[in-house]
Design a protein around this ligand. Structure first.
Ligand SMILES: Cc1cc2nc3c(=O)[nH]c(=O)nc-3n(C[C@H](O)[C@H](O)[C@H](O)COP(=O)(O)O)c2cc1C
Length: 197
């Protein structure tokens, strides 16, 4: 009888400790899953991507800013047109309607590839077309390895001339980088953006 009772007590202790362990495990999982930096419904992320690298950056921003809206900008601008014709100041690429109510958004992230030290014609068209007055704009410039400060200054001033505050132009270098490394650069830049606010 004594043996039976001690067996039952041991069993209860074991079951209790099991439930404590599994509670811890669930808690840990929840913490690990909480990978976003903030929740913000007033953030809009617009991106153009031809070969997919800018898309990685935009999607990472979208997952780090819970509640943000991600919209792909579609344009028929070819690469040759991007590096020659659309470099001229009076030219403007055609983009498909964005279907966005801009009044709903205060923070706008513009994610663009860099071609010959310039932003993509699609994002150039976005900057020209959308209402930017009193918005906070942040540019993520995705390049192989180099995007010069003078060209960044030009883009910054173009956006400012439309009445927006420019949080910064952040360069993500994708040459020879893995997708994870691209996501890490994005997260590091976003931390800087958020601390700057
Ligand atoms: C025509 C052309 C010009 C480019 N010019 C530059 C450049 O000036 N500096 C740079 O670092 N990368 C340059 N790149 C690399 C692109 O910026 C890079 O491949 C970028 O990831 C493309 O974005 P996507 O994958 O979203 O289309 C150029 C690429 C192409 C095709």
């Amino acid at each position: 009888m004594k043996k039976k009772i001690s067996f039952i007590i041991l069993l209860i202790i074991f079951m209790l400790s099991e439930s404590v362990f599994s509670d811890n495990a669930t808690q840990q999982l929840t913490q690990d899953n909480a990978t976003h930096f903030l929740t913000d419904n007033s953030t809009l992320i617009l991106y153009y991507s031809k070969t997919g690298k800018t898309k990685i950056v935009a999607e990472e921003l979208n997952s780090l800013i819970s509640g943000s809206k991600l919209v792909e900008v579609k344009s028929d601008a070819s690469i040759p047109a991007a590096i020659f014709w659309y470099k001229l100041p009076f030219t403007k690429a055609k983009i498909e309607p964005l279907g966005v109510n801009f009044e709903d958004y205060d923070q706008i992230f513009l994610c663009t590839p860099i071609y010959m030290q310039g932003i993509s014609p699609a994002i150039k068209a976005v900057i020209k077309d959308i209402p930017l007055k009193d918005k906070n704009a942040t540019v993520f410039a995705i390049c192989g390895g180099f995007y010069g400060s003078f060209m960044r200054w030009i883009v910054k001033n173009k956006i400012k001339s439309k009445g927006a505050e420019v949080e910064g132009i952040y360069v993500v270098k994708v040459g020879g980088k893995t997708n994870e490394e691209i996501e890490e650069q994005t997260a590091t830049h976003l931390k800087t953006v958020l601390n700057a606010e």
